[in-house]
Design a protein around this ligand. Structure first.
Ligand SMILES: [Zn+2]
Length: 129
């Protein structure tokens, strides 16, 4: 007759899943740095805090939740002011002659980490004189 140690096997966590506090802090700072280079600092911090509270569902906000919130936080797009539409060209009778999907937020009206990275790369390559 064989006995299996179910209890022990169940307690094993997936490798690489658990991050130390230092790793979490570094990850948070990475997202923050990216956001700070593009978005308004206060606005981004507010968005992260708001999302962290939502993710914690009224409970304690753990370092992992802060990281998740930093990763997913979005801010209103300053290029289109949240409309998702980019207008340019001459204004004729109060209306812009040209418009299209906002490139900075891809028409979402809000920018996330992916947008920050893309926009930063774009503007670093295209030097505006
Ligand atoms: Zn936009």
């Amino acid at each position: 007759m064989q006995t299996q140690k179910h209890g022990e096997a169940m307690r094993v966590e997936a490798p690489g899943k658990r991050r130390t506090k230092a790793q979490l802090r570094a990850e948070y700072r990475k997202h923050q740095q990216i956001a700070y280079q593009w978005a308004n600092h206060d606005e981004w911090n507010e968005a992260v805090e708001h999302l962290a509270k939502k993710l914690a569902k009224g409970g304690k906000i753990t370092p992992a939740i802060w990281v998740e919130a930093a990763k997913r936080a979005t801010v209103e797009c300053d290029r289109c002011r949240g409309t998702g539409e980019y207008v340019w060209g001459a204004i004729v009778n109060g209306r812009a002659t040209k418009k299209g999907v906002c490139f900075a937020c891809e028409g979402k009206g809000r920018q996330n980490q992916g947008d920050f990275i893309r926009n930063r790369t774009y503007w670093n390559h295209v030097k505006v004189v």
